[in-house]
Design a protein around this ligand. Structure first.
Ligand SMILES: O=C(O)c1ccccc1NCC(=O)[C@H](O)[C@H](O)COP(=O)(O)O
Length: 263
């Protein structure tokens, strides 16, 4: 897995190097003490998945594959709509160059609702983990394809010591094997092939049996309907990360409810 992801991570390393000049990890940890404690991202998903489908609803303005997705982008309103529609957690993109994200979107969304929030970004440095907590994030994303084993474990440790959860994202069998060596047991299979930008729900079906014991499996990307949730549940996935198909709907609350219930 390389290409676009490599390009995004190279850009991210440059961005982080520049941002580090403005705040040390100690500064960020100090700022984090003024934030509310982590809300329990994984626990919220596990409790919802025990009784049905658990949704991580994504607040996504744009993407490298589709450009602008939501012209009338209002993160706080979308957060409330997702919560009312039945989402268990939120995902908020904070990457600016490729997704038009911003840390303010995460802070505004989290302040508007009671849901736990994952900072959806490309983690390449432990500094970003402290930054995530300082902006209020309850969880971070670890993209296995973007990191070596040592850095991946350091980023996970930095999140766990701050009380945050990690969603560990994989795209293939080798990455599932590497993910299984981490402590976290919240593993996401990304159905999007980052070389060709096509999505295939079959990726989750192929990798689901390889997840280590105790895993809460999350199927990510390219999910459009309740029928997709039903199909994916047959391979054991009861937790889903959905962005574009919900963000394109005029009534986000209604669309979220329809996705979860089929009604
Ligand atoms: O969304 C993209 O085009 C993309 C491109 C390159 C790297 C990552 C990308 N997406 C990040 C995500 O993981 C998705 O935003 C998330 O899984 C939701 O997917 P979707 O429901 O298809 O919007």
């Amino acid at each position: 897995m390389a290409d676009k992801l490599t390009e995004i991570c190279d850009t991210k390393r440059e961005e982080v190097a520049a941002r580090k000049g403005f705040a040390t990890i100690a500064d960020l940890d100090d700022r984090a003490t003024q934030e509310s404690a982590p809300r329990g991202f994984e626990a919220a998903l596990r409790s919802r998945a025990a009784n049905g489908f658990a949704l991580i609803a994504e607040i996504k303005k744009a993407s490298p594959s589709k450009g602008l997705i939501r012209p009338d982008f209002r993160p706080a309103e979308h957060a409330v709509a997702y919560e009312r529609g039945g989402a268990a957690c939120l995902s908020v993109l904070t990457d600016a160059p490729y997704f038009q994200g911003h840390e303010d979107y995460l802070m505004d969304a989290r302040a508007a609702c009671r849901l736990p929030v994952i900072r959806k970004d490309f983690m390449v440095d432990t500094w970003q983990v402290a930054e995530a907590r300082a902006m209020g994030a309850d969880a971070i994303l670890i993209i296995v394809a973007a990191l070596d084993d040592v850095l991946m474990a350091e980023i996970e440790a930095a999140a766990l010591e701050r009380g945050m959860d990690c969603l560990v994202e994989v795209h293939d069998e080798a990455e599932m094997d590497r993910a299984s060596r981490l402590k976290s047991r919240l593993i996401g299979v990304n159905n999007r092939d980052l070389k060709r930008f096509v999505t295939d729900l079959g990726t989750t079906e192929r990798l689901a049996p390889l997840a280590p014991d105790g895993t809460l499996l999350v199927s990510e990307s390219g999910i459009n309907s309740h029928a997709d949730l039903q199909r994916l549940s047959r391979c054991g996935a009861r937790t889903f990360l959905v962005g574009e198909s919900l963000m394109r709907q005029p009534d986000v609350e209604l669309a979220t409810r329809a996705l979860l219930t089929g009604i």
